[in-house]
Design a protein around this ligand. Structure first.
Ligand code: SF4
Length: 310
């Protein structure tokens, strides 16, 4: 039984991802009103070894020697992983011992305000920072930061990180009606995103209960309005996959074409996208729906996740 690693769990963004939790529940620099992990009980910006990096490395080594390699090793879990001052050591160890497995870091990016801290994750392959606020007012309302976090330094840290980091940045923006969906914040977010220049932007909204009661998700139409206003090409809605009306390019004939393809032989999402001439993102969205309806069955093999008919 491992204490600090969990999964592998299937993820649309990271395929089969082995999670690594670097802090104890719930230690974070923010106390977001929508957090699915509950209220932040340790609100801090102090970096220390909340969990021993050596213990994590031992667990990872044991897991990876006895199990098939996951698609990603992902720093995520019950708080902000960059609060652990040993994150750089753990990444370095993975890079020297298990270099073939890509590393992903899910972070709220608030500690990017320090250039030395940013350096510790520069050798990751994929970073998924979050950004919900374009103004300090919205930041305080939705993210409720620790007093040491300065909004302008946090934004500047994200921009600086983009210039230093050679891997992919998937920026997640969470939209919550009444907290950050006012016109002032939406326009300010657009300006900041233009400066960060992420590889992809993922728009999310409430899927599960948050910390505060009576929170409401943004409607699909509202998210579409924001996408139209921003005008970015590299943006997608990632919330509420289970509903066909929420898949931006859902088409019944695509679903049928995928079913026809996997009925002949098991395929990965990449195989299907090549066979059908569609983007892998579109294929993955349709696969999620088919998997939810139990019309296809995923199976993890050496070359990736293969889908077939049950
Ligand atoms: S940054 Fe992430 S973990 Fe921290 S409170 Fe916000 S949603 Fe929760």
């Amino acid at each position: 039984m491992y204490k600090h690693i969990f999964g592998p769990v299937p993820s649309r963004r990271l395929k089969m991802s082995l999670g690594i939790d670097l802090v104890k529940s719930k230690t974070c620099t923010l106390d977001c009103v929508y957090c699915e992990s509950g209220e932040t009980t340790c609100l801090t910006a102090e970096r220390t070894e909340y969990v021993s990096p050596e213990e994590i490395i031992d667990e990872l080594t044991d897991f990876l020697r006895n199990n098939p390699a996951p698609d990603h090793l992902t720093f995520s879990g019950s708080g902000e992983p960059m609060l652990n001052s040993g994150i750089g050591r753990v990444i370095e160890k993975i890079k020297t011992t298990f270099s073939e497995i890509p590393i992903a870091v899910l972070t709220n990016a608030t500690l990017f305000q320090n250039s030395e801290t940013r350096k510790e994750i520069l050798s990751a392959d994929l970073v998924l920072p979050s950004l919900d606020a374009g103004t300090e007012k919205a930041f305080n309302r939705i993210n409720r930061p620790s007093p040491e976090i300065d909004f302008n330094s946090y934004i500047q840290g994200l921009i600086d990180f983009r210039n230093e980091f050679k891997g992919q940045i998937l920026l997640e923006v969470f939209i919550l009606p009444g907290y950050n969906d006012d016109q002032e914040n939406i326009l300010a977010l657009k300006n900041i995103i233009e400066k960060i220049k992420p590889d992809k932007i993922q728009l999310n909204t409430l899927d599960r209960p948050g910390v505060l009661k009576d929170l409401k998700p943004a409607s699909f139409e509202r998210l579409k309005t924001i996408i139209d206003l921003w005008g970015f090409e590299n943006i997608q809605i990632v919330s509420a996959v289970g509903d066909r009306k929420n898949v931006s390019k859902y088409r019944k004939d695509i679903e049928n074409a995928i079913l026809g393809t996997v009925s002949r032989r098991p395929c990965t999402a990449k195989d299907i996208s090549e066979i059908l001439g569609m983007s892998e993102t579109e294929v993955t969205e349709h696969l999620s729906l088919l998997e939810k309806d139990k019309k296809i069955r995923p199976q993890k093999l050496k070359r990736g996740i293969f889908y077939s008919q049950p």
